[in-house]
Design a protein around this ligand. Structure first.
Ligand SMILES: Cc1cc2nc3c(=O)[nH]c(=O)nc-3n(C[C@H](O)[C@H](O)[C@H](O)COP(=O)(O)OP(=O)(O)OC[C@H]3O[C@@H](n4cnc5c(N)ncnc54)[C@H](O)[C@@H]3O)c2cc1C
Length: 446
């Protein structure tokens, strides 16, 4: 039986362990942190994430999707809090499509529990990888409780150690390893919104709440207990930025003027703000992801993306399913499978990295913009008339398992159709008229 070491017990690592155990590998997962199932959460580290169709498809294949669904809140659209105090609910689709909001920590615990069901999976917590001999696949770990060092070897090492991967740094020391990182000029910070409010907006639990304000925004994700977890996105430097908020007064002024309805529900915003870390957003692009058959980068270690499209964990989960398919296709030949995996996966993660950067600008600048809203209405119209043949880019990414690069290609063609409809005179008023419907029909059947 071959031995696999997975470094990183975050979101991708435990799911990967479950996949590999099903293929009869003996798997040990090394995680530098304590076991989250037996320790208290770290402050400001419980950021919510949203899962979508492709993430659930990967969870389903190892039988953990229903356990994950139980800890999620479905969000069926965006609830926009405009600067003038008005609200607007933008559904994600015509058929009740939903993103699933979940606490990262709760998700991590369910995935760890699920992987632990297999006798072939062992977890070593408080084990930080501090040394790695690539050719021998030998790792050195430091025990976080005792400070002692120990070594481990494996037939294959999986680097699931996140965006700042230690193992990737070892690959970077080798010739012909390509690496690029791109930081956003924005960062984000978690700020809780407690349950129990009587505010009207607070009752809309099945939506993501967004306060778009041009260069900055607030997003709130619903939790099972009726609370929300909000994330403040601000430029790192500039007039309104993390760098410009020094005092309680600076913070209160920002919230009172930009997010008054959220501020009214955030009694601890000041202490939370100054206690919680500011997290930068980074895109990582690198290749190759493997060193012979000894190590393979996976999840954020291979392709971290800005969190704006809510795809990082979904993509990491999909990585596991696609690697599994490649192992199947290559009859268990590890090197051939990892090469096939990279060839198939690389264009898709490049596409989702581009999409995530673009989408960040879209939700920050455009969701309150009338031209953007009209475009979305036209897209929904196409989808309503031709549900089998037309899906918006967002729907393809979030509500199907269409490969990311393919979704991007399909969208480029569809954009031309939407542009044609938008160029019709007085289209906003006439969108539902029979002559516009005939025009759409002609476009779709020509
Ligand atoms: C603010 C924010 C919002 C996000 N929202 C979404 C969302 O809505 N939807 C979505 O799909 N994705 C989202 N993401 C992205 C998602 O969190 C990541 O893509 C996902 O966590 C990647 O999983 P991973 O296992 O590859 O890395 P991680 O989850 O980062 O796990 C890496 C693990 O490796 C461990 N580790 C690191 N170094 C070592 C070492 N030397 N030795 C041992 N262990 C080590 C870490 O402790 C960690 O547990 C968001 C990210 C952020 C920052």
């Amino acid at each position: 039986m071959k031995r696999i070491a997975i470094v990183g017990g975050g979101l991708t690592g435990p799911l990967l362990a479950a996949y590999l155990a099903k293929r009869d590998y003996e798997v040990t997962v090394f995680e530098r942190n304590h076991d989250p199932r037996t320790t208290a959460p770290q402050r400001g580290k419980s950021i919510n994430i949203t899962l979508c169709t492709r993430g659930f498809a990967a969870l389903e294949r190892v039988g953990v999707a229903s356990a994950v669904r139980e800890i999620c809140v479905p969000a069926r659209g965006r609830y926009i809090h405009n600067a003038d105090g008005s609200y607007e609910l933008q559904p994600y689709g015509n058929d009740g499509e939903a993103l699933y909001s979940v606490s990262r920590r709760a998700l991590n615990r369910v995935l760890l529990d699920h992987a632990s069901l297999s006798s072939r999976v062992t977890f070593r917590f408080d084990a930080k990888c501090v040394g790695f001999d690539l050719d021998a696949a030998t790792m050195t770990f430091e025990d976080g409780r005792t400070g002692d060092r120990f070594h481990a070897t494996a037939d294959h090492v999986m680097a699931a150690d996140g965006a700042r991967s230690f193992l990737r740094r070892e690959l970077q020391k080798r010739d012909r390893f390509n690496f690029a990182q791109f930081y956003s000029e924005h960062g984000n910070k978690e700020l809780p919104i407690p349950a129990g409010s009587r505010a009207e907006w607070h009752k809309h639990k099945n939506a993501l709440h967004i306060w778009p304000r041009g260069q900055y925004m607030l997003i709130a994700f619903p939790n099972l207990d009726g609370s929300f977890t909000s994330t403040l996105h601000l430029p790192l430097e500039g007039e309104v930025s993390f760098d410009s908020i020094h005092t309680e007064r600076d913070l209160v002024k920002l919230f009172e003027t930009s997010f008054p309805d959220a501020y009214a529900e955030m009694p601890n915003v000041v202490s939370d703000y100054f206690a919680n870390p500011t997290i930068p957003m980074v895109t990582i692009r690198c290749a190759p992801w493997n060193h012979r058959d000894k190590v393979l980068l996976i999840g954020d270690a291979a392709h971290a993306i800005w969190p704006s499209y809510g795809q990082g964990a979904n993509a990491g989960f999909e990585d596991c399913a696609i690697l599994d398919e490649c192992l199947e296709e290559q009859g268990g030949d590890w090197l051939a499978a990892t090469r096939a995996y990279q060839e198939r996966r690389k264009p898709d993660v490049e596409a989702v990295a581009d999409l995530s950067e673009e989408h960040f600008r879209e939700i920050r600048d455009k969701v309150g913009d009338p031209a953007f809203l009209l475009r979305k209405r036209v897209e929904r119209k196409f989808n309503r008339m031709y549900p089998e043949r037309y899906s918006s880019l967002y729907s393809l990414v979030a509500f199907t398992t269409t490969p990311y690069a393919e979704a991007l290609r399909m969208n480029q063609a569809q954009n031309k159709l939407v542009d044609a409809v938008l160029s019709l005179p007085d289209i906003e008023a006439r969108l539902d008229s029979s002559d516009v419907e005939r025009y759409i029909h002609a476009l779709m059947t020509s």
